[in-house]
Ligand binder design. Structure first.
Ligand code: ATP
Ligand code: MG
Length: 487
């Protein structure tokens, strides 16, 4: 128990609290030293002035004696009482040695207190305190009782030194008590105002770091309006944001796994369907003969795509394998598979001429155009009007093939227009996932191109797919379909 509290103390001292405590003690002590220097000098001056005053009284007493003659014993007593060795008074330029000890020694140094400025006597005061042997000094001043013009005394330094040391020790003791008191008060105040809030802030950070997904670990900021209050509020914002993106990440990871699982089992189901549809080709019925190859190629594409999704990094696309494709044929293929969805009421018009080509990945291009065509058909489905149609045309702009997918539907709802290319952001349509355009835009970007809404009004929507030619080796290769620039 005792050990633990000692340990806690050590931690307290090594932390912010300890530093604050140490710094306050240092600064208070420093303040005390700055006050001590002039005060010790002043102490010395006052001590000497007291001696001078006493010496003057002693001199006056001696002068009052009959014939001004004082016997040796009395002289010794008077001088001892005044604490000086000799006194001389100067009056009207006549110097009179009034009292003198019997065995007076040589004067070592003399000080004149008459100028009355003492700030430069700090050095002299320290010299006295550290003096190793006693000295006899003379001190000159104006006599305080005005018994003459100048009074001069000679006095021993040892008693002064003793008094100064006692005074310094007292001051030291006082300083220690004072600095401890002040330091404790400052420490308590700073601890409350700064250290404690900082400690709870860092404790919160550590707790949040342990389990960042736990919403109860987000800091609840106090109402302080200083920097700590700001830090608390900023921290709360950061933690909330972090938790948000963490949740999104978890959600996406779960989604990725779900996609893989779905793709996997879906592929197995489609493989069985593929086997059955192979057999379907053997049926002699002309309708079956017409649709069977399309069914088979759709299934083939679906299985290939699912396989790619499963093997190649879940939701990530394979980079496009580009070739020069005859666009009219591709659009025909897209319309073939969409024709059942369009039924009879919606016309699919392939307005691409025979010479236009696109430099793209075949599967990717089919997926982009299928998504756009299906969107057009779905937008038209609920609309009651005649002449409903989805038209695909194309033109060349320099080295870019622009594929135009137009419908005469109701237009993209205004509230989602800005976000149609963002995944999961638009689910205006029942049964839609809001992924089709996001995927298509990503595929176009993989080709160095883009998809844009060229026009969307109440009378129709026009999407444009821009696919630039791939200018690398492919262009240099001979013998492949030559490019046809200009539609
Ligand atoms: N040609 C269009 N005419 C009108 N609205 C459209 C058209 N194309 C897209 N939209 C609107 O944009 C939304 C997003 O389309 P997107 O293809 O990304 O997703 P979706 O069609 O809802 O779902 P899915 O992922 O099955 O394609 C659609 O729900 C629809 O409201
Ligand atoms: Mg769609």
């Amino acid at each position: 128990m005792v050990e633990k509290s000692a340990h806690q103390w050590l931690r307290l001292l090594r932390g912010l609290s300890g530093k604050v405590l140490l710094l306050t003690i240092i600064f208070v002590m420093l303040g005390e030293v700055l006050i001590f220097l002039p005060s010790i000098a002043n102490f010395r001056i006052q001590w000497l002035k007291t001696r001078i005053a006493q010496a003057e009284i002693a001199a006056l007493a001696a002068q009052a004696a009959p014939n001004q003659i004082v016997d040796a014993d009395l002289r010794g007593t008077i001088l001892k009482g005044a604490g000086v060795d000799a006194v001389a008074l100067t009056k009207d330029d006549k110097r009179q040695l009034i009292l003198r000890a019997n065995e007076e020694g040589m004067i070592d140094e003399s000080f004149d207190l008459r100028p009355g400025i003492y700030y430069n006597t700090i050095g002299q005061a320290f010299a006295v305190m550290f003096r190793q042997h006693d000295r006899l000094v003379s001190v000159i001043d104006k006599p305080p009782a005005m018994s003459g013009d100048v009074i001069e005394i000679s006095v021993h330094e040892w008693p002064l030194r003793d008094a100064m040391l006692r005074y310094a020790l007292n001051i030291l003791a006082l300083s220690i008590v004072l600095s401890l008191t002040v330091a404790t008060m400052i420490f308590a105040a700073l601890n409350r105002v700064l250290v404690k809030p900082m400690q709870s802030l860092s404790a919160n950070m550590m707790a949040f770091g342990d389990r960042p997904e736990d919403p109860t670990r987000i800091i609840s900021p106090t109402k302080r309006d200083d920097e700590i209050g700001i830090a608390e509020r900023e921290l709360k914002m950061m933690q909330t944001q972090l938790q948000g993106s963490l949740q999104q990440k978890t959600h996406l990871a779960a989604l990725g796994l779900a996609v893989s699982k779905v793709s996997h089992d879906l592929r197995n189901m489609l493989t069985s369907a593929q086997l059955i549809s192979d057999r379907l080709g053997e049926v002699k019925d002309p309708t079956v003969q017409r649709f069977a190859p399309k069914l088979i190629s759709s299934l083939d594409r679906a299985i290939l795509f699912l396989n790619q999704t499963i093997t190649y990094g879940r939701a990530q696309e394979l980079p496009p394998t580009r070739e020069i494709l005859p666009l009219r044929e591709i659009v025909g293929e897209v319309f073939d598979s969409a024709s059942l969805l369009a039924a009879d009421k919606i016309k699919l018009i392939n307005d691409v001429d025979k010479v236009t080509t696109v430099d793209a990945d075949r599967e990717h291009l089919i997926r982009m155009l299928t998504n756009l065509t299906r969107n057009g058909i779905q937008a038209l489905e609920t609309l009651r009007k005649n002449g409903k149609a989805v038209t695909i045309s194309a033109k060349r702009q320099g080295s870019i093939t622009v594929i135009i997918v137009a419908d005469n539907g109701p237009g993209i709802p205004a509230n989602i227009r800005a976000r149609v290319f963002e995944a999961f952001q638009t689910s205006a349509r029942a049964g839609g996932t809001g992924l089709g355009l996001a995927i298509s835009a990503e595929l176009a970007q993989a080709h160095g191109g883009s998809i844009r809404v060229a026009e969307t009004t109440e009378s129709g929507t026009v999407f444009e797919v821009l696919i630039p030619d791939w200018l690398d080796e492919l262009q240099a290769q001979n013998g492949r379909i030559s490019k046809n620039v200009g539609a």
